[in-house]
Design a protein around this ligand. Structure first.
Ligand SMILES: Cc1cc2ncn([C@H]3O[C@H](COP(=O)(O)O)[C@@H](O)[C@H]3O)c2cc1C
Ligand SMILES: O=C(O)c1cccnc1
Length: 326
């Protein structure tokens, strides 16, 4: 670990709630901008959240990045997914070559791709866009025992936090979380059930599986997995649940980009109190929903920061005397 990296305990201690006075100033500023109140709909709500995150009523979003964590899961031995494990490493190569869905979106939307080896079970080449968390090559099978030790889990969180800090310090204001890992939806279903207390029936969807029998089998594997204490997987919604459970203030800094067609995602968003921006019927992962929502988030900040007020533009505001009776 490098000298100025943060420990998990330090990161938890330093994470405070969003800035309430900046949010109050943003509400006030919104009411003076040249538009009828509320006419920018959810852009206004998002802009106020951003004011709280950035600590100013004029937030500006410059650099954007998607961090795609790739890793493998021992539980794929149970036949819970439609594709072979080697697809994880092959897709990492596809990200690096620019051919994956997230690569195309990132290119068109001005988003930097950062790919992270968070435990891929294969050799990966050196590449400037590929970082390694230097952890084990894949987890153990959660349906047979703990997927990883507590120490390994903490090490992953700490390495992940330090990587995000490094990306932000390189000039990035908005980070999309992405994932790649065959078996990810099984681990995420188990985490979502564990954190929310819901039955696996309500948190387990098809993933890349193809038929109802496969889904029933997968629900059974998730149910079995919940017996040992399990920490596994980084697929975004479930990872956010873990972050929210470890550090409740972290929720203030999350924006729900889209609702996936995958069953457990709605449950995870509800638990986090996040209302998704988009509902596009997507169920891919890789950070694709987050990348697609980024321009909307950027525009929310820009309208709050850059629109003229009624006074600045010389546009007549409505007469406060004309307010309708409550
Ligand atoms: C070619 C391919 C590209 C992908 N990109 C994202 N995923 C998505 O599917 C995987 C999770 O589904 P399951 O839990 O059913 O294995 C993850 O890698 C996720 O990112 C992909 C899956 C495949 C096959
Ligand atoms: O919504 C997701 O993130 C998702 C859904 C299915 C497979 N992989 C990811």
């Amino acid at each position: 670990m490098v000298a100025d990296s943060v420990t998990l305990a330090q990161a938890l201690e330093r994470t405070g709630p969003a800035n309430a006075s900046a949010m109050a100033r943003a509400v006030e500023r919104q009411s003076n901008l040249t538009k009828p109140p509320g006419s920018l709909g959810r852009l206004e709500e998002i802009s106020i959240k951003l004011a709280g995150i950035f600590g100013t009523e004029r937030p500006a979003i410059g650099g954007k990045a998607v961090i795609i964590a790739a890793g493998d899961h021992g539980v794929v031995a149970q036949g819970v997914t439609g594709y072979p494990q080697e697809v994880t490493a092959q897709m990492v190569m596809n990200f690096l070559a620019g051919g994956a869905a997230i690569s195309v979106m990132s290119r068109h939307l001005g988003i930097r791709q950062v790919i992270v080896d968070a435990g891929v079970a294969a050799d990966l080449p050196e590449h400037p866009d590929l970082r390694s968390l230097k952890i084990d090559r894949g987890t153990s099978d959660i349906s047979q025992g703990p997927a990883m030790s507590r120490q390994q889990a903490e090490q992953c969180l700490e390495a992940g936090i330090n990587l995000v800090v490094e990306v932000i310090e390189s000039g990035v204001d908005l980070v999309a979380t992405g994932d790649m890992g065959i078996g990810n939806t099984t681990a995420s279903s188990a985490i979502t059930a564990a954190v929310t207390g819901l039955d696996p029936e309500q948190t387990t969807g098809e993933g890349t599986g193809r038929n109802p029998q496969e889904l029933q089998h997968k629900i059974g594997v998730v149910r079995t997995s919940l017996r040992p204490v399990v920490v596994d997987g980084f697929i975004s919604g479930a990872a956010a649940l873990v972050a929210g459970a470890v550090c409740p203030e972290a929720r203030d800094y999350m924006i729900g980009s889209h609702v996936s067609a995958e069953l457990g995602h709605r449950v995870a968003l509800a638990e986090l109190g996040l209302s998704p921006i988009l509902d596009m019927g997507m169920r891919l992962g890789e950070g694709t929903g987050a990348a697609l929502a980024m321009p909307i988030v950027e525009v929310a900040a820009a309208t709050l920061s850059e629109m003229a007020t009624f006074a600045e533009a010389g546009v007549s505001d409505r007469d406060p005397e004309d307010e309708p009776a409550a």
